[in-house]
Design a protein around this ligand. Structure first.
Ligand SMILES: Cc1cc2nc3c(=O)[nH]c(=O)nc-3n(C[C@H](O)[C@H](O)[C@H](O)COP(=O)(O)OP(=O)(O)OC[C@H]3O[C@@H](n4cnc5c(N)ncnc54)[C@H](O)[C@@H]3O)c2cc1C
Length: 454
């Protein structure tokens, strides 16, 4: 047994630490297709003081720490290091303060997104980002750490836009509070925004104060089908260009619809589809819907009436699962590029034509109102030629995005996934990021090797 494990066992009660292979296996992976790595121990602390003590020990033994919420990350950011420990915050689920009149709440990092919104609903409030397929598992700490976004981010913004204050434990084992409850502030550097999206590499988040939004007076959901992917994506750019007020604009191409029909027998037409939602007073939502409908129709779209028991967001929820089920034994290769909205049609076309040239089936979907597109391919890891082709396509899509002024990741972060392309996007500023990491985490024990290598 390594010394750090002995020391951790002295520090924590028996039910807060495990070295059992089954437990280590559970935390060895995230939802990416990357191979898992077992840590030497998994810990379930329940307070920031315990976390600070764990970090101080890890620092002493130079042991890497990977913090884990639900492990739903898609780029390997939650995969531990083989000589590392996992700090699993999933038992820290309390709502510690609630100020409904200020539209603010303070929570521990392990609370699940849907559970928080269930609690807030009684007061007519919600935390909007709505990660498309993982709201029922993703934790608030994980969402802050990846700056998660989702279905309603078109209207309301992503997670970062809602963080007021954080309590964190740095790589030196210090507990610090950053930010405050003021909505508008001009004092000092914005460390809150720095932690958001840092994928557990700067600090462990132990408390999050969020601002909230009021639940809309009414909601209107609609679906439009299109003859091809090009017209559907042109419609999205037009809707955005006209500045129409939509809460959600989700695009699913015909390959995704086909996969969904296969998995869930939805029996919806195998065509590209836009799912739309409008929020506000009924008069406003219907006026917006009418103008949006005109744009869709002009571009060849027609209204799709879903069956009574079919909710667009439930259908959308199953997209990744449906693609996975298409070819058992195949792994998913994915990206989550984001770019200026006028390039949507060009990017969707590029994804499909590039994949077709290599004989690989492409699936594109996403929160496209944000200029965010997921391109997913299925390939066999043990088929070298096929796997390399899919990787080539993935890299080509990301490089094109960067050329267009976009980003490698609009949503899932970098993790272990696209580190080289991340450098191509950010250039010299990556060196500055490394210096910032060394200030928060001088011994580089917090999720080292994620986002970039030192
Ligand atoms: C089917 C499916 C659909 C998805 N859809 C979306 C989507 O629409 N939008 C979206 O943004 N994402 C989506 N995701 C990705 C994922 O759900 C999000 O990134 C989510 O925010 C991760 O939360 P988590 O609790 O699972 O974090 P984890 O996977 O546990 O961790 C993610 C990262 O954050 C770090 N971390 C976690 N907790 C803390 C903490 N307390 N302190 C410091 N670091 C921490 C981890 O070390 C890791 O680097 C989807 C995933 C799946 C499987």
């Amino acid at each position: 047994m390594s010394d750090i494990v002995t020391s951790l066992k002295e520090l924590l009660p028996e039910d807060k630490i495990s070295t059992h292979p089954d437990q280590l296996e559970v935390v060895s992976q995230d939802e990416s297709s990357m191979p898992g790595i077992r840590p030497i121990a998994v810990l379930w602390p329940t307070s920031s003081t315990e976390i600070a003590e764990i970090v101080q020990l890890a620092r002493q033994y130079k042991t890497p720490i990977t913090t884990r919420g639900a492990g739903s990350a898609l780029e390997g950011s939650t995969i531990p290091l083989d000589n590392g420990i996992v700090v699993d915050v999933s038992r820290m689920t309390s709502i510690t303060d609630f100020w409904p009149n200020d539209l603010q709440v303070r929570v521990e990092p392990g609370i699940i997104y849907d559970n928080l919104n269930h609690y807030l609903k009684n007061d007519g409030l919600f935390f909007p980002p709505s990660p498309g397929g993982s709201g029922d598992i993703a934790t608030i700490g994980g969402m802050v750490s990846t700056n998660a976004s989702g279905i309603y981010s078109v209207k309301y913004g992503g997670t970062r836009a809602y963080i007021l204050e954080l309590e964190v434990v740095t790589g030196e084992g210090e507990i610090i509070r950053i930010g405050n409850r003021a909505i508008k502030r001009s004092s000092g550097y914005n460390l809150v925004d720095l932690i958001s999206g840092s994928e557990g590499t700067l600090a462990i988040i132990t408390s999050v104060t969020l601002k909230l939004a009021g639940l809309p007076e009414s909601r209107l959901k609609e679906a439009y089908r299109f003859p091809d992917e090009l017209s559907a994506s042109k419609a999205v750019s037009e809707i955005c260009r006209y500045g129409l007020d939509l809460a959600a604009i989700e695009f699913l191409d015909r390959a995704v619809i086909d996969a969904l029909n296969q998995l869930k027998s939805y029996n919806i037409p195998n065509t590209p589809i836009l799912f739309l939602e409008y929020h506000g007073p009924e008069s406003t939502t219907s006026a917006n819907a009418s103008l949006t409908g005109d744009i869709c129709t002009e571009l060849g779209g027609s209204k799709l009436v879903l069956a009574d028991n079919q909710n667009p967001w439930e259908i959308r929820h199953w997209a990744t699962e449906a693609i996975k089920h298409r070819k058992p034994g195949y792994a998913i290769l994915r990206n989550d590029v984001a770019f200026p909205i006028s390039h949507l049609a060009e990017m969707v076309e590029f994804c499909h034509t590039t994949a077709k040239e290599h004989g690989i089936t492409m699936h594109t979907f996403g929160h496209v109102g944000l200029g965010l597109l997921h391109a997913l391919m299925l390939a066999r890891r043990d088929n070298k030629a096929e796997w390399e082709s899919a990787q080539k396509i993935n890299n080509a899509i990301i490089r094109k995005t960067i050329q267009l002024g976009g980003t490698v990741s609009g949503e899932h972060g970098i993790g272990l996934g696209h580190k080289q392309l991340f450098i191509e996007e950010h250039g010299l500023s990556v060196e500055l990021m490394k210096k910032i990491k060394s200030q928060f985490d001088p011994d580089s024990i917090l999720n080292p090797g994620k986002i970039f290598d030192l």
